[in-house]
Design a protein. Structure first.
Length: 301
């Protein structure tokens, strides 16, 4: 799941940790209007011609398989890949709350979904930050306890947890169509996602994505974490089942306002272990070109 660096013909892919929705919700769900002001200078904005070329390449690749067709239909249902890449960087607050007493994770973050970069800021101390430049992880904090977790691992994890199906447009992604399944009384199309060797820091991760067969919207994601720093002798944690909460219409793109994680039991949610709240979602254009660079005085991880 972590720091996937998929190769594309244009700049590096803005991939990510899961999306979904209530299949009965439509695209008229809640709309966010929050905006930010940014300096007026050379920016990270992507030319429309580049976006069109990348979207066309993704559609061609996904249309070549039955599993890919399901993913493409889901991208369209969630607002379209061109819309996803055309809005700029994605900013949001991601509050991850384990129910077993383990360390919570709560930060404001901005993600360059085109180039796969991120910057996080503590919700309690605006001077405490960490991020991923596309090449290296960094940390800047006066207090060593400001982030009591592996910030390198977490830099891009949230976008992978909330960004499906859009994060599957690049090369190095393998898709397999599994038998249909019933979830909450509705038939779901099911696609398993694996990664080619050398793709990111944890290529042994997998996702099993459930899409409502009628609306094509993501309803749930099953996944494992195989990050080598956590599993130094190989292996991974038990499979998790993440239920997707209500979708929010963020400038035409449907994204989840919450996620609820369980251990997987026979392909269904078992013990409830984590709550995730995602708020303040908005796209940002006009960010300065050095916005995701490692700041002066930061520590390289």
């Amino acid at each position: 799941m972590m720091l996937k660096k998929l190769s594309v013909t244009l700049p590096l892919l803005g991939l990510v940790c899961l999306i979904g929705c209530n299949p009965n919700k439509d695209k008229s769900a809640k709309t966010t209007t929050e905006q930010v002001q940014v300096p007026s200078k050379t920016t990270l904005d992507i030319p429309q011609a580049w976006i069109d070329k990348r979207v066309a390449k993704a559609k061609e690749r996904l249309s070549a398989s039955d599993a890919g067709k399901v993913v493409w239909e889901a991208m369209e249902a969630h607002g379209g890949l061109a819309n996803w890449f055309g809005k700029g960087s994605l900013a949001f607050r991601f509050s991850y709350r384990p129910l077993d007493g383990k360390t919570p994770r709560d930060s404001y973050q901005t993600v360059d979904i085109w180039r796969n970069r991120a910057k996080h800021t503590s919700v309690t101390d605006s001077t405490a930050r960490f991020g991923w430049t596309g090449e290296k992880a960094w940390l800047q904090a006066k207090d060593s306890t400001a982030f009591a977790y592996d910030t390198k691992f977490w830099a891009l994890t949230p976008i992978y947890l909330m960004g499906h199906p859009f994060v599957l447009d690049g090369e190095g992604v393998n898709l397999e169509l599994l038998p249909k399944a019933e979830y909450k009384g509705r038939v779901n199309d099911v696609v398993k996602v694996t990664f080619a060797a050398g793709t990111g820091d944890a290529p042994d991760d997998y996702y099993i994505l459930h899409f409502d067969a009628d609306s094509h919207l993501l309803t749930a994601t099953r996944y494992i974490v195989s990050y080598p720093e956590y599993f130094k002798d190989g292996g991974h944690n038990p499979e998790k089942f993440m239920e997707v909460g209500e979708l929010v219409n963020v400038d035409g793109v449907l994204l989840p306002s919450g996620l609820k994680t369980h251990w997987t039991v026979n392909g269904l949610p078992g013990e409830h272990i984590t709550d995730i709240e995602i708020s303040g979602m908005h796209f940002v254009k006009g960010l300065p070109e050095d916005y995701f660079d490692m700041p002066e005085g930061a520590e390289e991880l």
